[in-house]
Design a protein around this ligand. Structure first.
Ligand code: ADP
Ligand code: ADP
Length: 235
């Protein structure tokens, strides 16, 4: 589903963010990229949707190599969930979720598509499935708690039924109980739809609880790749 082939990333200022990382994420896997701040997690996730271009190696999504001329084809297959939610705070929950149906460069036709009954039904269904209620639909996102906002972020990410979801530290700004609830919900959504998830985390306990597989990064290199029960937190 997602394949990193010997990727490396050296930023313009000389920072070596990733070194020779190879990783094959099969369809349906909930794969957690674990590492402390600066380990290279964001860089790896940003490579998977073409926001960062590797200085060495290549990345493939469903067998298609990410490149300037394939991005438009690949992006709609990827749902994104962000640490800071990246929602439009002034807009309603329903509007924010509907926006998940838009491609990066929406055409008028795509914009009009937001107002079809089909799109609205899908948004309502998703909002309910992440545990928000009808009374939240028309509330502004700015009135919701962090945990509720990330639920909106998850609903938006699944709007196009993407085969792959990238979640970059989705619970980093939430308290431990809410983090637990939000990850549980993300995993349930993914399981029900057979979605592949690449999710970065810095908390070992959460990684061990939710991951099918842990890939631990340290200083840009993979120091562990395997099942959570084989993971040694001293690494
Ligand atoms: P993480 O997500 O694990 O915190 P990042 O991928 O954000 O790690 O960062 C890995 C390393 O690359 C860090 O040393 C960070 O400072 C550096 N880095 C990230 N983005 C840039 C950039 N645009 N330019 C230069 N260095 C960067
Ligand atoms: P996180 O720890 O959440 O991954 P970072 O603080 O590493 O976030 O990065 C936040 C943003 O700043 C990212 O877009 C990253 O690319 C950029 N960034 C991080 N480190 C550097 C750096 N040394 N130089 C330039 N940009 C950087």
């Amino acid at each position: 589903m997602l394949n990193f082939e010997r990727v490396a990333m050296r930023y313009a200022d000389g920072t070596q963010a990733l070194r020779d990382v190879s990783l094959e994420v099969p369809a349906g896997q909930f794969c957690v990229v674990l590492g402390s701040s600066g380990a290279g997690k964001s860089t790896l996730l940003r490579m998977a949707n073409g926001l960062v271009r590797p200085t060495q190696g290549s990345v493939q999504v469903q067998g298609v190599r990410i490149a300037a001329d394939s991005l438009a084809r690949i992006r709609p297959r990827i749902g994104m969930i962000h640490q800071q939610f990246n929602l439009v705070l002034r807009s309603t929950v329903a509007e924010n979720v509907l926006v998940g149906a838009l491609p990066a460069m929406p055409t008028w036709r795509a914009l009009l598509g937001l107002f079809t009954d089909e799109a609205r039904c899908k948004a309502c269904e998703l909002i309910a499935s992440v545990g928000l209620h009808e009374q939240h639909l028309l509330r502004r996102v700015s009135e919701l708690s962090g945990g509720q906002q990330q639920r909106v972020g998850i609903a938006r990410a699944f709007m196009l039924d993407p085969p792959l979801v990238l979640a970059d530290e989705p619970v980093a700004s939430l308290d431990p109980q809410t983090s637990h609830d939000v990850l549980s919900l993300l995993r349930t959504q993914a399981r029900e739809r057979g979605t592949t998830v690449l999710c970065s985390l810095h908390q070992v306990d959460l990684a061990c609880e939710f991951a099918d597989r842990i890939v631990a990064l340290r200083h840009g290199a993979v120091v562990f790749d395997g099942a959570p029960d084989a993971f040694d937190p001293r690494l």
